[in-house]
Design a protein around this ligand. Structure first.
Ligand SMILES: Cc1ncc(COP(=O)(O)O)c(C=O)c1O
Length: 417
């Protein structure tokens, strides 16, 4: 039985559940679930929040979920009394079982489940600065769903996996940045036999990331006053806002819309610049603490996008320097006892900045989304291997598209995909 519809928040019309665009406006399509009060299931990983995921089935193996706990060490250092950490990654003692060590798994599992139940056979094209590619590789390896990854050359070190059989994945690197990888992926996805994952427009990606807020609220039993996250596209921020709307409608967790505190890495912070009007100049993404946070085309102004999310939550965006991020990361790791990826250190630094600026108070309830962590821990405990690169292209090579198509034909189509 179907459990949801997809509506356009711009015109209010019900749309095809797989549509990425409304024919009448630029809004991000949004799901509406028939079940208004969420009941956690005993299914594995992310499927615990099955009620509010746009799927009608699950991938049994390999999924972890966000896990929320009340911070003691980091909270004490900052003088905060109600800091809740929602951790996405590998941390067995806390039941953290995300094998790719980032919250991008929350997007990849529902996306591929949805494609499979729609009987989609086309090759999924994913552009990524690395963590997303790792997450899609993981699910593709488990399900055998064919995926073409297009990744900036400098990000290939992030392409590791704990899985053995990655034969349904074809990896292409582009000599350029994330934006150039996206541009190349768009061209390939427009060809016959390929399908785009849809980015922020894909409800499976957003509702998957919305499980961070669901886990936080179902653990603490109330909507927090503040939510902190490091953002590139800002899609996680939109997801937290949408999940909060559903939780308010649920009725059991209060009426408080959490304030979004989004954090970007200076000087490469397009959302921060657009929102504050402040110009930031630098060598991007080379100078960044974590280049996964560089997205030159974030869904800012679209209906239901980052601007609407900030306006509706009285939200704020912080610009964080590398030095601030580094200090915050050390303080977090020393006091919480787990390693984190560089991106969430930007969110940790934003909490410190928010305190300095008086944007949050010691007794207020706060959720900090640690978007990735436990990689060092995982590497100590589980075998990992680097994913091979199947083809390297240059972003100014006029024949790059054809080269990619030939490589995919050779690798994936010959394997029966
Ligand atoms: C670990 C981590 N945190 C945060 C982000 C930012 O996510 P988004 O681009 O959806 O805003 C990313 C993006 O890749 C990431 O990998």
């Amino acid at each position: 039985m179907n459990k949801y519809i997809v509506k356009c928040p711009g015109c209010g019309e019900v749309r095809d559940p797989y549509a990425l665009h409304c024919p009448d406006d630029d809004a991000l399509p949004r799901t509406e679930y028939f079940k208004k009060q969420i009941e956690p299931t005993d299914m594995p990983g992310i499927w615990r929040y099955y009620d509010w995921l746009p799927v009608n089935g699950i991938i049994e193996k390999g999924s972890g979920r966000p896990v929320t706990y009340k911070s003691e060490g980091f909270a004490k250092e900052l003088g905060l009394n109600d800091l809740n950490i929602t951790f996405n990654g590998y941390w067995p003692e806390k039941e953290g079982a995300i094998r790719t060590c980032s919250f991008k798994d929350l997007e990849s599992f529902p996306t591929i489940q949805r494609l499979m139940e729609h009987n989609e056979k086309r090759i999924l094209v994913v552009a990524s600065a690395g963590n997303t590619a790792r997450a899609f590789t993981h699910v593709a390896s488990i399900t055998g769903y064919p995926v073409l990854l297009i990744v900036p050359k400098n990000s290939t070190y992030r392409l590791w996996t704990t899985e053995e059989d990655t034969s349904s994945v074809c990896t292409v690197t582009v000599d350029g940045d994330y934006y150039q990888a996206i541009a190349m992926a768009e061209k390939i996805a427009a060809r016959d036999g390929f399908v785009s994952e849809g980015g922020a427009r894909n409800v499976a990606r957003r509702d998957g990331m919305g499980t961070v807020m669901l886990d936080a609220v179902l653990t603490t039993k109330s909507l927090p006053q503040h939510y902190f996250q490091a953002v590139g596209s800002g899609t996680g921020g939109i997801s937290a806002w949408e999940a909060s709307m559903r939780l308010i409608e649920d009725g059991r967790f209060g009426n408080n819309m959490p304030r979004l505190h989004l954090a970007q890495n200076l000087p490469c912070a397009p959302l921060y610049s657009t929102w504050t009007g402040e110009q930031t100049n630098g060598n991007c993404p080379e100078e960044m603490y974590d280049d996964v946070l560089f997205n030159r085309k974030p869904p800012y102004g679209a209906i239901g996008g980052v601007k609407d999310a900030l306006d509706d939550t009285n939200g704020i965006i912080y610009g964080i320097t590398n030095k601030e991020a580094d200090q915050a990361r050390k303080l977090f790791e020393e006091n919480e006892g787990i390693d984190i990826l560089p991106a969430p250190a930007i969110a940790c630094a934003a909490i410190m900045k928010a305190l300095e600026k008086g944007e949050i108070k010691a007794d207020e309830s706060i959720v900090l989304n640690i978007t990735g962590g436990g990689q060092k821990r995982l590497e100590e405990e589980l075998p990992t291997r680097q994913l091979g690169v199947d083809l390297e292209v240059s972003s100014d090579d006029t024949d790059a598209e054809n080269k990619i198509l030939e490589k995919v034909a050779e690798l994936l189509k010959n394997r029966g995909y």
